[in-house]
Design a protein. Structure first.
Length: 208
């Protein structure tokens, strides 16, 4: 696995290395249920707000409002796994398949899709797999589908799962400044009671 620059991957307190206690589960034995629950609780901790970015995925007909979704780079996911289990404590494998070409409904172009399945194993806990997909006419199709598959597999363990519940937040749609090709979240867009904030309210470039 390629060494990555260390980034703060969570906002939890007492970030002492838990890898020493986790290492006992990497020798073929499984953690007991209490330890598994403790690790899952650590995996479910939201990422540091500084690691959250925003993607505009839909724009209203008048171009005045956009639907935004929060996301984190997959390096934040690998950092969290490395912190909790060490790089030797988890593995991932990928399989790639490509569909036959067919006419895409949104623009009537003929294209194929690439499907990447990621199997993520945390030694001492178990394995989960998930699939990501992208159109092959995207020059970064493989990278995009791979990242999507990995993040989805992580969410099966609780890591990053809260980012998939963004519909529960009041900020799904926000005003956009198309003239400057930027958007800003209005003051009223805040998490509902009982929900955890995804991160700060940054300015991002909308995707067209």
């Amino acid at each position: 696995m390629t060494a990555l620059k260390k980034n703060p991957a969570s906002v939890r307190p007492n970030e002492t290395a838990k890898s020493s206690s986790a290492s006992s589960g990497f020798l073929g034995s499984r953690f007991n249920i209490d330890k598994v629950r403790a690790f899952v609780a650590e995996l479910e901790v939201p990422f540091s707000p500084s690691l959250i970015e925003w993607r505009v995925v839909r724009v209203s007909e008048d171009r005045g409002r956009g639907q935004v979704l929060p996301y984190a780079d997959q390096r934040a996911y690998t950092d969290r796994l490395n912190e909790l289990f060490t790089p030797a404590g988890w593995t991932r494998t990928y399989t790639v398949q490509t569909s036959a070409t067919f006419e895409r409904s949104r623009d009537n172009k003929v294209a194929a899709k690439v499907f990447v399945t990621c199997e993520l194993t945390i030694h001492g806990i178990g394995s989960h797999s998930a699939t990501g997909e992208e159109w092959t006419d995207n020059e970064n199709a493989g990278t995009s589908a791979e990242a999507q598959a990995f993040k989805r597999a992580c969410s099966c363990f609780g890591l990053g799962r809260y980012l998939y519940t963004s519909a529960a937040y009041g900020w799904s749609w926000t005003n956009m400044d198309i003239r400057r090709k930027r958007r800003s979240l209005t003051a009223g867009l805040r998490p509902r009671d009982g929900e955890k904030a995804c991160g700060p309210y940054p300015t991002v470039n909308p995707e067209h």
